[in-house]
Design a protein. Structure first.
Length: 301
């Protein structure tokens, strides 16, 4: 007996039998899932291709959503709220106080002398005293909170009036809301289509194995032993479709990267990896869920 064989025998002797039993069970379940996929035959290609098309649409929209949100946030971060102070207001102290307001990222003092000099560069001014007020330029981290910040600023006794590009801010908020809502709707549609496709496929597998499943029941085989191969089959379809959908997704991500570069907007941090991971997880999860629902509906175990 060779040394290699002796080592194998020693390992088998010292390995708990429970481990061997678990390994055999996992192996049998895996092979059962593989056999179910083989039984499906040519339909595998149709199912995986359909899944890939559905997931490609989802992935492209999800990635576009991230880029559009990044674009809106970058543009929103440029917007400033202008607070015009009263003549007696201590500009620096008021600025420090406003900087403590929630969601305010920065407060910059624009002295009235600087404003007068800037104005004189673009138009001829008469020789009069400077009528401009000191101005505070306030930036907010999220457009959704800009109204609350303005309301807080207006309550200050040192503030004469405020101004900000309200129309542009409202449009940016609308864009973000529409994009997020669209993504949720498409996700629900993807879930329904995926579950329907997997449901019909698993139903065919159950019908083709009907007698075999009945025999397994009579032999006392546990329900989970019957369920898991079918769930693995659905998960396989979802994962395979997700992997294929990465090809068109790559072109979408490349195109969006060029658009961001053109507008001098940085690409969203870790967006590509997050989209790929989400796509694979969504495909696998929805595939497994479709199988599980089909089992409960067509297989009373």
């Amino acid at each position: 007996m060779s040394r290699k064989q002796r080592i194998k025998n020693q390992l088998k002797e010292h390995m708990p039998k429970d481990w061997l039993t678990d390994i055999r069970i996992v192996y049998r379940i895996t092979m059962e899932a593989v056999n179910d996929i083989k039984r499906t035959g040519f339909m595998n290609i149709v199912i995986i291709t359909t899944m890939a098309a559905i997931l490609s649409i989802f992935g492209a929209l999800f990635r576009s959503t991230i880029s559009m949100s990044q674009f809106a946030n970058e543009l929103g971060s440029i917007l400033e709220v202008s607070a015009y102070l009263k003549p007696s207001a201590p500009a620096k102290a008021v600025a420090d106080n406003f900087a403590k307001i929630a969601h305010v990222t920065s407060v910059r003092v624009h002295p009235k002398e600087q404003g007068w000099r800037d104005l004189s560069k673009v138009m001829d001014l008469p020789n009069i005293n400077n009528p401009l007020p000191d101005t505070l330029r306030i930036k907010v981290d999220d457009l959704n909170y800009i109204d609350s910040v303005i309301n807080t600023v207006k309550k200050s006794t040192y503030v004469e009036s405020t101004n900000y590009p309200e129309t542009l801010a409202k449009r940016l908020q609308l864009i973000i809301h529409v994009v997020n809502t669209t993504t949720i709707v498409v996700t629900l549609i993807v879930a329904m289509l995926t579950i329907t496709i997997i449901n019909n496929t698993i139903q065919l597998v159950i019908q083709s194995r009907k007698e075999e499943i009945e025999i397994m029941r009579l032999m006392g085989v546990s329900n989970w032993y019957i369920r898991i191969p079918l769930v693995l089959q659905g998960a396989f379809y979802g994962l395979a479709g997700g992997l294929i959908s990465l090809v068109p997704l790559h072109f979408v991500q490349t195109m969006l990267g060029k658009v961001n570069t053109f507008f001098l907007i940085p690409n969203p941090l870790m967006a590509e990896g997050m989209v790929v991971l989400t796509l694979l997880c969504v495909g696998t999860a929805f595939g497994a869920l479709g199988s599980l629902l089909s089992i409960k509906k067509h297989l009373q175990v």
